[in-house]
Structures are given as C-alpha cells and as structure tokens.
Design a protein around this ligand. Structure first.
Ligand code: AMP
Length: 281
C-alpha cells in the first residue's frame, strides 16, 4: 500500500496506470474508517485493477460551528484496517495541498443539492462537489464508489458527473449496518453508551415506515409522522429533518405513488446522524 500526499505524485501514478491500460477504482473518504468504508473498497476492487482510497477531512464541506476540528482522525488505525483489503494507494493530501493560498474555484450543483442536508448544512454540498471534482482530476478514476448512506450526496455527485460530462462511472453501494441496525458512521464514536442505544431509533423508524408501506400505507404525512413518533421516543434525540421525497429527484411527494426515499437526520447528543431507506409502492 503506497501512501501519496502530493497531487503531482498521485497524477503521475494515475497516468502510468492508464498508460498500462489498467482500470482505476476510487473510494473517497474522510477517514476514521469502519466496515462500511471497507465494503466500498472491496466493491471498488471487483470493478477495477487498481484501487485508490483518499483520506481527507474536507474543510469546505463543514459549515461554521460543525465538527471539522474534532472530526476523528487516526491514519495508523486506518492503514491497519485497509491492509487486508488490498488497496493500492492511499491519497492523504494536507489541507494546503488541496486548497493552497489563493484558491477560489467551486463546483455547485443546483436544485437536487438544496433540500434535506443542503438546507440544514449551508455550503455542505458545494464543498463536497468541489472536493470530489478535484479528487477526480487528481486520481483520474474510471470508477468511483459512494455509499447510499449519504443518499443525497450520491444523487448530487451523479448529477455533477452527468452535467459536466465527467468520464467516470459512479457506483452506489448499499448502507452497511451494525448487527443491531445502526448505520455505520465515523461519527458513531461521539456516542455515549446511552446515546448509542437511542441512535438505534433511526433504523427503527425506517423499519417501522417500511412496515407501514408493506401494509399498504401511501400517505407521506402518515409515513413521516410514524418516523417522527419513533424518533421522539429518545430523550437524547433531536430531529433535524424527517422527510419523504421522490427517490430520484428529491422533490416533495404527498403520496408514495413512485419510489420515495425516507431521509432522516437527527442529533443524538453531539453527534449528527443520518439514515435513509428507499420505499417502493
Ligand atoms: P465519509 O468518510 O463518512 O465521508 O464516507 C466516505 C464514503 O463512505 C461515502 O461514500 C459514504 O457514503 C460511505 N459510507 C459511510 N458510511 C457508510 C455506511 N454505513 N454504509 C455504506 N457506505 C458508507
């Protein structure tokens, strides 16, 4: 596993692989890896000859007052976790390498980045699309794998790639969960034991709504209320949003007459957690 921390060296490696006709797979992360990340890497391996993982806590996707400074970082731990997976290059640029003095270029996707996390985290998706676009120019992947846990992020990136004719295939990977249902997240380390228990209410809310849909319920207001009711069982849970939207466009829907995504964001203690499920009528 080679560690690269400069853009020039990463681009040289990518160019060399491309000259050799090798397919490059890419998994961008912010590190503090868990099995969800590792699954994305294993998936990338099945679709490529060489796998690059980036670890970069991207300051431009954090709004003021969010957890950029205290976001967990541990490169040695991450390296040990990746070792058995067969990652070829770990790209770990410093903030100054990605955003040198005078940096002033941003990529912004329109409507699909506006609701949900876009509304709650001003500038978040602008930061995400900017860093992902830049990473694509550095790593030059043929295939990039993203998790469905960040459902809106996946749609925003697909939109960016289509709109800007970026020559990279975007693969979405299902949410990886702990055995008890909690969606894996680097931010789960923020949770105390009591909070960890109440964090389960997110996946429980999704399961309850899926049960209602399976039983024939189609009214968005009923489905969203049911999710809210489950979340409200947690004294340490503060709902940031609970919404049912069109699974492709993220436009509001009142009836589940096409695939919809039930998207949840909630603070559990200090941790802001997200989860979602796609509901099919
Ligand atoms: P992050 O390091 O949290 O920015 O995530 C890096 C990538 O891993 C993103 O594409 C996420 O959607 C994905 N990811 C994070 N957690 C999970 C999970 N529990 N299941 C599937 N993908 C995940």
């Amino acid at each position: 596993m080679r560690v690269i921390d400069t853009i020039a060296e990463m681009q040289q490696q990518a160019d060399q692989w491309r000259r050799e006709g090798l397919v490059i797979g890419f998994v961008p992360t912010m590190g503090y890896l868990h099995d969800g990340h590792l699954e994305l890497m294993r998936c990338a391996k099945t679709k490529s000859d060489r796998v690059v993982v980036s670890i970069f806590v991207n300051p431009t996707q954090f709004a003021p007052g969010e957890d950029f400074e205290r976001y967990p970082r541990d490169l040695d731990r991450d390296m040990a976790l990746m070792a058995p997976v067969g990652v070829d290059v770990v790209f770990v640029p410093a903030v100054g390498e990605m955003y040198p003095e005078g940096y002033q270029t941003y990529v912004e996707v329109g409507e699909i980045s506006e609701p949900l996390c876009g509304a709650k985290r001003p500038g978040h998706f602008r930061g995400v699309t900017t860093v992902v676009a830049k990473l694509f120019h550095i790593v030059k992947p043929h295939v990039a794998v993203f998790g469905e846990k960040d459902y809106q992020q996946l749609l925003v990136i697909r939109r960016m790639v289509r709109d800007l004719a970026m020559d990279v295939e975007i693969v979405g990977h299902p949410i990886v969960r702990e055995p008890d249902g909690l969606a894996m997240s680097s931010r789960n380390v923020y949770l105390s034991e009591e909070e960890r228990q109440e964090a389960l209410l997110l996946s429980k809310a999704l399961a309850e709504v899926t049960r209602l849909v399976d039983g024939g319920e189609r009214a968005a207001s009923v489905l969203v209320s049911a999710a809210q009711k489950v979340l409200e069982q947690g004294a340490r849970v503060r709902i940031d949003y609970a919404e049912l939207r069109d699974a492709e466009t993220l436009q509001e829907i009142t009836t589940l007459d096409r695939p919809g995504v039930l998207a949840l964001a909630a603070f559990v203690g200090k941790a802001r957690l997200i989860d979602n499920t796609v509901l099919r009528p």
